[in-house]
Design a protein around this ligand. Sequence first.
Ligand SMILES: Cc1cc2nc3c(=O)[nH]c(=O)nc-3n(C[C@H](O)[C@H](O)[C@H](O)COP(=O)(O)OP(=O)(O)OC[C@H]3O[C@@H](n4cnc5c(N)ncnc54)[C@H](O)[C@@H]3O)c2cc1C
Length: 458
Amino acid sequence: MQEDVRYMALIPGHHNRWREVRKAVGTGPIIYWMSRDQRLEDNWALFHAWVRAREAGRPMGVVFCLTPRYSLAGPRHYRFMIHGLQEMVAKAQNMGMPFFILRGDPVRTLPPFLEEWKISLTVTDFDPLREKGQWMEAVMERSECDFEEVDAHNIVPCWQASPKQEFSAATFRPKVRLHLPEYMPHLPPRPGKFHRWPGEVPNADLDSALKELGDRPDDRWVGGETEAHRVMRDFANSGLQGYASQRNDPNLNAQSSLSPYLHFGMVSAQRVAVEVDASSAPPSDKDAFLEELIIRRELSDNFCHYNPLYDSTEGFPAWSRVSLREHLDDRREHLYTLEELEAGRTHDPLWNAAQVQMVREGKMHGWLRMYWAKKILEWTEGPDQALRTVNELNDRYEMDGRDPNGYVGAAWSIGGVHDRAWGERPIFGKVRYMNLNGARRKFDVDLFVSRFSDHPDR
Ligand SMILES: Cc1cc2nc3c(=O)[nH]c(=O)nc-3n(C[C@H](O)[C@H](O)[C@H](O)COP(=O)(O)OP(=O)(O)OC[C@H]3O[C@@H](n4cnc5c(N)ncnc54)[C@H](O)[C@@H]3O)c2cc1C
């Protein structure tokens, strides 16, 4: 048995995926504090906690803190997340693995839980955003157990891909590619047997949490691992073909729609990469998709992890900060308030349609997000206000919002992060510019506008 356990700790792909945050001495059960990676399949943090429990011969369980508020997430996001939690709680029960749901902020609910069960080690999933870091610090201050952190979100662990903030995809790509053979093919094994938890596991009353949110039966988003895997398989089997040439046309349904599932961790990016790699789609489509899924997505984690100013104009590169400052006093032909933007009431029909798509469907097409954000720079008083507005609308309405990809997408559009300097022009300075004529050259703008010209949801 002991040999078996040591072998498991040496599983390929596990090495350097975790790091010790605090060492303490204790003999109680081990807990996985699930937060960013809300799944039981293909979850390196869950597997790591299970290995630790097997090595020490202790019980292990999972805890999730259901906060009443998180950033600008609304009922739609919460419903999506709770669907996923319901599925996991049922599945965990079948596996014989305790799954605790704590209602409330982790800083308030987790320390008493750790103390009550005499937890010796808390394993948690890595998240480069400020909120999770602050939660973790506060929980550690109020508790005494070991803490270990596992990057269960990135294919190549963030700290392993690069030890510093990368300048662009061009500098990041070779570093990630170097590590891919070590990490991409090896998915975590499924946890097996569990030692008996030393007490009663309370019922996770998620139905009442759902009821509190009210009904919205027309919601197109269904959360959970089963649905995430269905979307992934449908895309790998039949949606991927044509991705390279069609993904930038908002009238075609050529993107995967996986971002909300990836954001909530309901599917592992590693699993998606493996499925796509094995699909029979043309290599050019696979390559284009894997560039987005691996390089662009993991570059966002790199930026937010190493740059604490990820959602501020202070985090922009020096060239764009200087250039945008030089153009602060440029005349703005149109200025809109947050309310006018939120309601999609500008002079630009394409922009309004994109805004309506986001509000109505919870997901704006990827190409349009760039156009949408850049126009906000043109129509607000300056880059600070523009960045705040983009992040606020994105976080409030996108199902995949409140994500490193969103903060980096906004910083790319407004502040040239991961981009290069372009020819100088009013307002934008050297930041890349986009306009309606460019959009017309790419796709049938009128067709897109006609799809979103009536907006019953607003
Ligand atoms: C202003 C702006 C805001 C954005 N906000 C978000 C956000 O809140 N959440 C979010 O996940 N993405 C965001 N993006 C990135 C991108 O637009 C979305 O990831 C993509 O459109 C999601 O749709 P999909 O899953 O169908 O993508 P697909 O084209 O099918 O791509 C597959 C996956 O690759 C990743 N990916 C694709 N494009 C990018 C990109 N440009 N940067 C980083 N990763 C990418 C995503 O994880 C995506 O799910 C934003 C981009 C911009 C310019």
